[in-house]
Structure formats: structure tokens, C-alpha cells
Write a protein that binds this ligand. Sequence first.
Ligand code: B1M
Length: 210
Amino acid sequence: MEVLQTISEVLQKGNAKLVGEKTQEALDQGLAPAEILNDGLLAGMSVIGKKFKNNEVYVPEVLIAARAMHAGLNVLQPKLVESGTKPVGIVVLGTVKGDVHDIGKNLVGMMMVGAGLEVIDVGIDVSKEKFVEAVQTYKPKILALSALLTTTMPELKTVIDAVAEAGLRDQVKIMVGGAPVNAEFAKEIGADGYTPDAGSAAELAKQFAL
Ligand code: B1M
């Protein structure tokens, strides 16, 4: 589909305005939000990711592409979250300390809202203390933690341990995810669940909430 290829290309160039417009155009053409997300926005971000790894682009270009990605996500958001149901439970969601990646976390949040959950997004670079405080304040059924760097993966365990030390571990299911995380690691650190992508994260959270 031509418009999806265009979305991918303009995202790679970091043109946020055009990404937003082309995402709207794709919706107007009747394309499914998931298709626009996967074959347009994420396809473009994946090319940027590979170039970043190979030192063909650097942090500024990646940041600009990420901003363009957000412009597309903003257009898609109402479609991704359409659910019309009452919230089935509260989720506290955040990216762990030392990690500023938020695109995947935001997608997880959108899909969870779409699955009928109320999401309290506590942001990026979130300390264990702030996560514990959020669990105490909002009394969520689920605490959802994202980590995108191998160097911040240990922070997932730090948060789980802090929740346990605060005497809250029995009150909340803890889910972890992010590109370097896998099911084995999740089990090792005592998480209740791991999923590889935003859609399955929303499904699992809903199961935990019901
Ligand atoms: Co960063 N970065 N980055 N980066 N960056 C990666 C992650 C990297 C893989 C790039 C590479 O080398 N190929 C690499 C990590 C290597 C590693 O540790 N193994 C990397 C690095 C090294 C870094 C820096 C250290 C670079 C530097 O400064 N030298 C630095 C670290 C900054 C920090 O956090 N302290 C850095 C900085 C940045 C930017 C700020 C420039 C920017 C982030 C902007 C932003 O998020 N607002 C950035 C970006 C954009 C990327 C890449 C290119 C794209 C990440 C992304 O958004 N992907 C990334 C390379 C790549 O992934 N190809 C890379 C799209 C997103 C939808 O996918 O986040 O994986 P993802 O989320 C998925 C799943 O993982 C899952 O669902 C999502 C959707 O399906 N998921 C969950 C996520 N959280 C979940 C939680 C769940 C369940 C599923 O349950 C709770």
C-alpha cells in the first residue's frame, strides 16, 4: 500500500507534520489502525533502529524520528483505544529508572486503554520509590514496567523487590516487557507476567484485572 510506504519514509526523515497527515490519509482510505501502525509507523522506526545500530544515524536523528512517530500515534490513538467499556481495573505503567524510551510504553498504554483498563502513566526514568508511591496511591491491580536497554533490565527486579519490601507485593500483579526482556528473565526476577508486544500486554493485563 503506497501510503504506508510513504508513512515509513517520512517518519525516517523525521517529518512529524507529514507523518500525522499521511496517517490520517491512511485512516481515511479505510486502512486498519493496526496495519498503519505495523506496516507504516513501526516499519519506519525499525529502519531507523537498524541504521542507529550501524552508526548510520545518530541520537538527534533518532529523536526526530521518534517525535514523528508520536505525531502518527496521536492520530491513531482514538482508533486504537476505542472500546466503549467501563474500566475493568487500574494499571500503573512506566519506564524504569535510567531509561527514557517511551514509544513502546505509550503503545502498551494505548492498547490497555483499548482493552478497557484505566492507565496511570507515571512516565519515563521512574525510580523504584516513585513506582512504590504510585502503587500506594492508586492501588492498581497491575503494575506494568517497561525497559528498553540491557543496562536497565536489572532495574525491573529492583522495582519488584521494592514493591515487596513495601509490603505491597500480594496486592498487585507485576508485568514486565521491552525489547531486551524475555519470559525467562521475567520469571527469574519474580514478575507475574511478560509479553513481547503491546497487544498481548493488554490481553494479559485484562486477564489479571478480571
Ligand atoms: Co535507544 N536504543 N538509546 N533511543 N533506541 C535502542 C533500544 C537500541 C536497541 C538501538 C540499537 O542499538 N539498535 C539500543 C539498546 C541496546 C541494548 O541495550 N540492547 C539503544 C541505545 C543503546 C540507546 C542509548 C544508550 C544511545 C546512546 O545515547 N548512546 C540511549 C539511552 C537513553 C536512555 O534511555 N537513558 C538511547 C536513546 C534513544 C533516543 C532518546 C534517541 C530514542 C528514544 C525516544 C523515545 O522513546 N521517545 C531512542 C530510540 C527511538 C531507539 C530505537 C531506535 C527505537 C525504540 C522504539 O521506540 N521502538 C531502538 C532500536 C529499536 O528498537 N529498533 C533503540 C518502537 C517501539 C514500539 O518498540 O519500545 O520495543 P519497543 O516496544 C515494543 C515491545 O518492546 C513491547 O511492546 C512495544 C510495542 O509492541 N513492550 C512491552 C515495551 N514495553 C513493554 C511493556 C510490557 C509489555 C511489552 O509489559 C509491561
